[in-house]
Design a protein around this ligand. Sequence first.
Ligand code: F0G
Length: 413
Amino acid sequence: MPGLSLVCDFCGRVFPVSENRVLCECGGLLHVEAARASVSWETLRSRRFRLWRYRELIPLPPGTPIVSLDEGGSPLVQATRLSEELKVNVMVKLEGSNPTGSFKDRGMTVAASMAKFLGAKALIAASTGNTAASMSAYARRAGMIPVVLIPSGKIAEGKLGQLRLYGAVIVEVEGGFDEAMGAVLEYSVRGGDAYTVNSINPWRIEGQKTAAFEVADEAGAPGWVAVPVGNGGNIYSIWKGFKELKELDLIDELPRMLGVQAEGAAPIAKAYTTKVYEPIKEPKTIASAIRIGNPVHWKRVLNTVRESGGSIVSVSDEEIIWAQRTLARLEGLGVESSSAVTLAGLKKAINGKLVDKNEKIVLIATGNALKEPQTMNLHETATLKIPTLKIADTTILSEILKSITKFESPEHF
Ligand code: F0G
């Protein structure tokens, strides 16, 4: 395919895009190399605000059939009360509005399209939940069989339900995500029949970078973009997206990237300060989506934060729960725990004087709160039980209102 190939990050070997391949023979990660596109905001903005608005910037072989669920176009919400409290300008990109409830749909539309181009019959991925749900939906959309490897007993209820609904073949792996990912990596290197759509798949990255396009399209380049980090594919993709916009003169400035990991699963944040990368054997955190001890993109993440002049921090489970509740109660935004880490990380960055007053910050809220009923139920709220309520019984209603006022006090957040 002229002007389009897969190149190994590590050894530089080049592969044709017509091969079912997502890793180099040396085990290195591949990236897509494409001839530089040329497009104006005017052309892009003449189309609907969805992912495929940016089609010139998403390289695929000519004639690739697009497998889409009308993904992208997620809301970018101004967080006014939060901004006042933190003395910075916060916007939240609600990726949970995507068709299966997370940002994964951005990469999946591109990877599933590529799978169709290659004639694959099945898609395979290891997952902490969102990738599996997204992949299952797109596999079915394309008429393929979804095969998911998940850590046994560690998947949020909402996601398990989606896997059943879409009829995925579920392989439960003893251990955690890292063990499941290890099996898929081995399978991919050997060149199995099913097409691998974990974020090692270079086409996933091409789709996920569109979150940057949408932010810039609506609000220009912010000062900072905060992204939760599990495997690290997403922060790397978003940074790639901003860099491409700058190369095309579609933005003037680049943002700084703030990666956020959960304290019990933070090998990259640790390596950022100690300069030594060590995988974590048994990662622990309430944020199940990012409970990853050996992230495949760790080198790319370190490059991203260094190159962008950003940083990577870690936050505790307590801080994550506080952030989830604050986003919900100050702004009405329901995000999953792994997305709430961005607010906890921002607070840390402000306290550490990394982020200046009045800077414009976008939090990438990667997934929907509905994924985790158990986590949502950790939060307390005013709940009153009364035997019978007659509509006209004003005494009972005023009692209720009094209790509600008590629960609405700011210190309750
Ligand atoms: N936020 C959510 C909601 C996620 O589901 C994930 C990853 C991340 C953040 C981290 O993104 O890995 O690109 O750094 N979830 C994967 C999964 C691992 O299987 O669904 P990353």
